[in-house]
Design a protein around this ligand. Structure first.
Ligand SMILES: [Zn+2]
Length: 155
């Protein structure tokens, strides 16, 4: 229940329709209609609720934008990583003698690898075996040259 007060002096000076009424809970002297009105009722509640709804929607929209931005950045980061990895990837090393793969497959046992001399980083297992036991005509030439028999042409 609203409680209004006034003074006889105020009533005399400004009349009953002037801002001569003070309602407890309000801050200023008001006209009677304003003093009887309660802007803090359901209208105030609805106004505050509308403000809360608006804030909630803004927050939701910001969170959505943030999430989209994070996804986009993660995707860009992944693409950049893939490009860097692609650029850093060196071609598989090849044998200098036969241009075949230098290393045997990591997933299969290579019987040549067991018989070959230790890896030299230049030749494949097959070529290392051939180089260790030269049986070709060129290999025989090399062996003769190495053994000091190089003065006589081998052919
Ligand atoms: Zn080879």
């Amino acid at each position: 229940m609203p409680i209004l007060v006034t003074t006889l002096d105020r009533l005399r000076e400004r009349g009953p329709l002037g801002p001569v009424w003070f309602r407890f809970g309000h801050r200023t002297w008001q006209a009677l209609t304003d003093a009887l009105d309660n802007p803090d009722d359901v209208r105030g509640f609805k106004r505050r609720e509308a403000q809360r709804d608006q804030l909630r929607q803004q927050k939701r929209k910001q969170e959505e934008e943030q999430r989209e931005r994070e996804i986009r950045e993660a995707r860009e980061h992944w693409v950049a990583q893939q490009a860097a990895a692609e650029a850093a990837r060196e071609p598989a090393p090849v044998c200098q003698k036969c241009d075949g793969p230098l290393e045997s497959s990591r997933f299969e046992a290579d019987p040549l690898e067991d018989a070959a001399p230790p890896a030299d980083g230049v030749h494949c297992a097959g070529c290392r075996i051939q180089l260790a036991e030269p049986t070709s005509r060129f290999g025989r030439v090399i062996r003769r040259l190495v053994n000091g028999d190089g003065l006589t042409p081998p052919w």
